[in-house]
Ligand binder design. Structure first.
Ligand SMILES: C[S@@+](CC[C@H](N)C(=O)[O-])C[C@H]1O[C@@H](n2cnc3c(N)ncnc32)[C@H](O)[C@@H]1O
Length: 266
């Protein structure tokens, strides 16, 4: 079974089990998220009346949020069950949201420059070749359009879930190819899915090579002083789990495709 079929089944199963990312937002949480969006310097002025693609973002959160913020929303996800949650919630809020079931690696159903903004929650870890995703996003985003994406940091996927006598240790090499080995349960992995490590070059270099300019970068804070060793909040103090990237589609000529640079040794 390939990564798509494997992960689609797993996310469908997650919905049946009510896993944490598959719980549609409740009204109070939605109000809080909406207030947070008004404070978000990257997105708050980019949504009203814009065509927004929420990529790999099913589950009844992102689509509703951006529609309430005034955007014309399309949600793409691999899992039909995740998208069903978006449709249910949209109906409850009397919002119009388009849902499309496909992989982030294949957005060929959308004409070029279909969207003005693409937002992507943490999800590139579910595909082996992240470059394909960036190329697809570049094609469907209009020149000058905004791409805000979150990714799992490579070190957070390399390291052990729980601290031993040496603290958190690197268990997986940086150049690991193929699905990551199963890990002990922890909030930095989704058990049962096939996940892949993407290096910084693949993430940031990949976006630049696909035709984006990176404007800013954040490491969302999940660490908490005094957190219990082994908890997500404890591990996150040592290993920031995610990176959030603000990138803009170039307006001028696109860079020639290249496989990346070679580091010159001093
Ligand atoms: C962490 S969830 C993101 C949305 C979630 N509701 C949240 O609250 O953040 C990751 C999503 O990626 C989707 N996904 C996994 N592989 C995908 C692929 N190849 N193409 C599109 N979506 C994919 C999953 O079905 C899941 O809905």
């Amino acid at each position: 079974m390939d990564h798509l079929e494997h992960n689609r089944r797993q996310w469908d199963r997650y919905v049946a089990r009510g896993q944490r990312f598959t719980r549609p937002v409740e009204d109070r949480q939605l109000r809080r998220l909406l207030a947070g969006l008004q404070q978000d310097g990257w997105l708050r002025d980019e949504l009203q009346g814009r065509r927004v693609l929420c990529l790999a973002a099913g589950g009844g959160k992102h689509g509703i949020l951006y529609a309430l913020a005034g955007a014309e929303v399309t949600v793409v996800d691999l899992s039909g069950e995740m998208l069903a949650l978006d449709r249910q919630l949209a109906a409850r809020h009397r919002l119009v949201i388009r849902t499309v079931q496909t992989s982030m690696e294949d957005l060929s159903m959308f004409p070029p420059a279909s969207f003005q903004v693409v937002v992507q929650p943490v999800s590139t870890c579910y595909v082996p070749r992240v470059q394909r995703v960036f190329e697809q996003v570049a094609r469907v985003l209009e020149p000058g359009g905004l791409y805000v994406s979150q990714h799992k940091q490579p070190a957070a996927l390399q390291a052990s879930s729980r601290p031993g006598p040496q603290g958190y240790v690197l268990r997986v090499p940086y150049d690991h190819r193929g699905p990551l080995p199963e890990d002990e349960p922890g909030l930095h992995r989704e058990a049962g899915t096939r996940e892949y490590l993407h290096t910084w070059e693949a993430l940031l270099g990949g976006m630049c090579r696909a035709g984006f300019v990176i404007e800013d970068l954040q490491e969302p804070r999940h660490g908490r002083p005094g957190a219990e060793p082994g908890s997500f909040a404890h591990r996150s103090r040592y290993l920031p789990p995610f990176v959030r990237v603000k990138a803009r589609r170039r307006t001028g000529p696109q860079p020639a495709a290249s496989g990346g640079g070679t580091l010159l040794q001093p």
